[in-house]
Design a protein. Sequence first.
Length: 397
Amino acid sequence: MARKSIQMWGRQIQWLTSVFQYFYKNESSSSILLLTCAIAAMILANSSWAEEYAAGLHSYISIGIMSMSVLHWINDGLMALFFFVIGMEIKREFLFGELKTPSAMLLPVAAAIGGMLVPALFYTLFNWGRPSVAGWGIPMATDIAFSLGILSIAGKNVPRGVVVFLTALAIVDDLGGILVIALFYSSGIQIGMLTAGAVVFVILQLCCRRNISSVIVYIGLGLLLWYAFLQGGIHPTIAGVLLGFSIPAGSKEGEESLLTRLEHGLTPWSAYLVMPVFALGNAGITLDAGSVAGLASPIGLGVICGLFLGKPLGIFGAVYGLYRLGLVSLPPKARLMHFFGAAILGGIGFTMSLFIASLAFDDAASLMTAKMSIVCASLLSGIAGTLLFILTRRKKA
């Protein structure tokens, strides 16, 4: 009996390890393609094809009863798949992963909260009393693909616990970003459509409870939920998150469930298609004297200081405080300097920050300044985090 129990636990641990390694491998390697598409977007926006690039993004495409610009199809439609994968990742982590127990949740959740509040405070201080204060949510986000990608390259032989910490932190950070989008960046609320969306969500939950495993059922209900949110004033990408929460995850660890199959099947599509296309459509920054001067504006200073300074202060401050109070212990072979490096990499806010910026600002000038600042702050955070891990590795050697 004891031998069977040990074997069962061994299989469960092996399954969790394989899931995490699969997720880590896809998210980190996709950062190269994401960076390539971001650079391509900047080149297009500053080339002789700039007008064609802009015209293409703002040309309209009709699909069924829906007609939106290419950029809106990317941000409102394609990104719903990205958030659907995030929803499933969050559900898995809370049920079976690193966030399933209060003790395991304490460190990454506290760090994520600190990493959201402090950057928002930095931005608000620079923009207090101005219309641009609406962008306070921009520096709250961490880009999991870039942060894990750089950690895998610069942080060679870094303790696995630090990688797990940064992954869990980014997932909690994504959940916080989702709540911010739903509560503060939605407008024109239509009660009738939201009521219809609530009914669809209840049906999804019933399907989940009954462990219905038909993908067609969830696709159909998910499209209805997406349309209800789009027409109801809630950003439709939230429908992707709620759909992810509604996918049956099985009753025990290691069980082959619909959530496991969909997450494994869709993660590469999200990492290698959705995010690069989003970067190609949203990272087109015009590099001229005006955009560079915008870095010194309240928006620019708020975003740069929020991501490059606020993120490390909030994340590492929470880790250091909990550790000194004796409330948490560090993973094996991990040191505070490793967590400081991870906190710096948390300042890479590329994908989610660009997405929130597109919701926060309607005028092109403010949006362009925010994009330029996000790119600069993410570069600074990536370079600083890389240097810190290299120095830590050399010092250890």
